[in-house]
Design a protein around this ligand. Structure first.
Ligand SMILES: [Mn+2]
Length: 351
C-alpha cells in the first residue's frame, strides 16, 4: 500500500495500533483548534466506532464548535478544553491512547499544545495535511485523501469492521467529506470517495438533511455580509487571475461576523471564469487571518508557506500576518506580481 507514513521512521504505521485495541482502552480523541466539519465529523465517527468496540472514549475539542455542526450525533458530549481545562487534563492524564485527527502538528491545537507534548500515553495521528510532524507514535498521513473522515472510514474497514458502521457514523463521515471536497467537486474527490458514499447510504445515510444542516443554516447577517463583500470588497487582478477580499475589524463588527460566519466566502470568487486564485483576509484580534483557494495546478500551499507562514493543501491553505491590514495587502500584491508568469501558466493549463 502506498503509505507515506512509512517515510517517518519514528512513526509506526497505523495498522500496528490494531492489536492494542483488542482490549478495552481509555481513549481520548481530539482535533485542531476552530474545528470544521471534517475535524468534528472524523472525531465523532471514530468516537462512535471505538465506543461500539467497547472502549471508553472522550472527545475533547480545543475550543467551542460552530453552531452549524452541533446536530452531529453526540456533539453535546464533547468536552471543550478551553472551558474545562482541569477536567480535560484529568481525562487526558487517565487515558492510554490519544487519537489526533485532522491535524499533523500539535501546535494546531493551540491551547492543548503543551498537554499534547507532555502526553505520556500512545499518540496516534490520522490526517491528510502536508508535512506531518514526527511526534506521533503511530499514524497515517495521506495528503491525497479527500478528508480525515474518509481516512476514519478506511481505518474502520482496515480493522475488518465495515459491518459495524452505523447511520450516526455515516452522517459524521459524510459531513466532513462533503465539506472538504467542496460537495464532491474538488480534485481530491476520488472514485474511492464516491464508493464510500454509496456504502454510507446503504448503511442509512440520507445526504440531503446533512447538506441542509451545514449549508442552509446561516443567520441573515451572514448573507448581508456576503452581499457587501462581493459587491464592494472584491478586488480583481486580471493579469494574475486572482481575486482578493480584505476585511477590516470594523467591517466584521458592523455585520456581527464571528469566526465561523466568514467560512467558505473565499470560494465564491473561484466561480469567476478567469480566476484561478482566491484570497480572503480578515483583521482578527491579534493577527490578520488569511485563506487561499485555487483551481487546477496552482499550489497555494506553497504560496502560503513561502510568503505567509502558513500551509495546508495544494488547493486550499491558510496563513497569517502580523503586519497591518494595508501592509498585508501590499505584501500580497507584491507576491502576486512576483508570480505573474506562474499564474499565467497555471491558468493556461486549466483551460
Ligand atoms: Mn480536513
Amino acid at each position: 500500500m502506498n503509505n507515506p507514513s512509512t517515510l517517518h521512521s519514528s512513526m509506526k504505521p497505523i495498522e500496528e495500533i490494531l492489536p492494542l485495541l483488542a482490549h478495552p482502552r481509555k481513549i481520548v480523541i481530539t482535533h485542531h483548534y476552530n474545528p470544521d466539519a471534517d475535524a468534528l465529523g472524523s472525531t465523532l465517527a471514530l468516537y462512535h466506532y471505538l465506543t461500539v468496540k467497547g472502549h471508553s472514549c472522550t472527545v475533547i475539542s480545543p475550543n467551542s464548535m460552530p453552531d452549524f455542526l452541533l446536530w452531529m450525533p453526540d456533539a453535546d458530549k464533547v468536552m471543550i478544553y478551553d472551558q474545562q481545562i482541569a477536567q480535560s487534563n484529568e481525562v487526558i492524564k487517565e487515558s492510554e491512547i490519544l487519537f489526533c485527527l485532522d491535524f499533523n502538528q500539535v501546535s494546531r491545537t493551540k491551547v492543548m499544545t503543551q498537554v499534547l507534548n507532555d502526553y505520556a500515553g500512545i499518540k496516534v495521528m490520522i490526517d491528510h495535511h502536508l508535512f506531518p510532524d514526527v511526534t506521533f507514535d503511530y499514524g497515517i498521513s495521506i495528503p491525497e485523501k479527500s478528508s480525515t473522515c474518509e481516512m476514519v472510514y478506511d481505518f474502520i474497514n482496515a480493522s475488518g469492521d465495515n459491518q459495524l458502521i452505523t447511520k450516526m457514523m455515516a452522517q459524521c463521515i459524510y459531513a466532513g467529506t462533503m465539506t472538504d471536497t467542496g460537495s464532491f467537486k474538488f480534485s481530491c474527490t476520488s472514485s474511492e470517495t464516491h464508493r464510500m458514499v454509496a456504502d454510507l447510504m446503504d448503511k442509512g445515510l440520507v445526504p440531503a438533511p446533512v447538506h441542509q444542516a451545514v449549508f442552509d443554516n446561516y443567520q441573515e447577517n451572514r448573507l448581508r455580509f456576503l452581499g457587501y463583500v462581493l459587491s464592494e470588497k472584491m478586488m480583481i487582478f486580471p493579469n494574475q487571475h486572482t481575486a482578493l477580499i480584505a476585511i477590516s475589524r470594523e467591517e466584521l463588527n458592523r455585520y456581527k461576523i464571528n469566526t465561523g460566519d466568514s467560512e467558505g466566502i473565499v470560494n465564491f470568487p473561484l466561480s469567476i471564469k478567469n480566476i484561478i486564485f482566491s484570497i480572503f483576509i480578515s483583521e482578527r484580534e491579534s493577527e490578520i487571518r488569511m485563506s487561499f483557494r485555487s483551481k487546477g495546478n496552482l499550489d497555494v500551499n506553497e504560496f502560503a508557506r513561502k510568503y505567509f507562514n502558513g500551509g495546508g493543501h495544494a488547493n486550499a491553505a491558510g496563513g497569517k500576518s502580523d503586519d497591518s491590514l494595508s501592509e498585508t495587502i501590499e505584501k500580497i500584491k507584491n507576491a502576486l506580481n512576483e508570480n505573474e508568469s506562474l499564474f499565467k501558466t497555471c491558468y493556461q493549463e486549466s483551460l
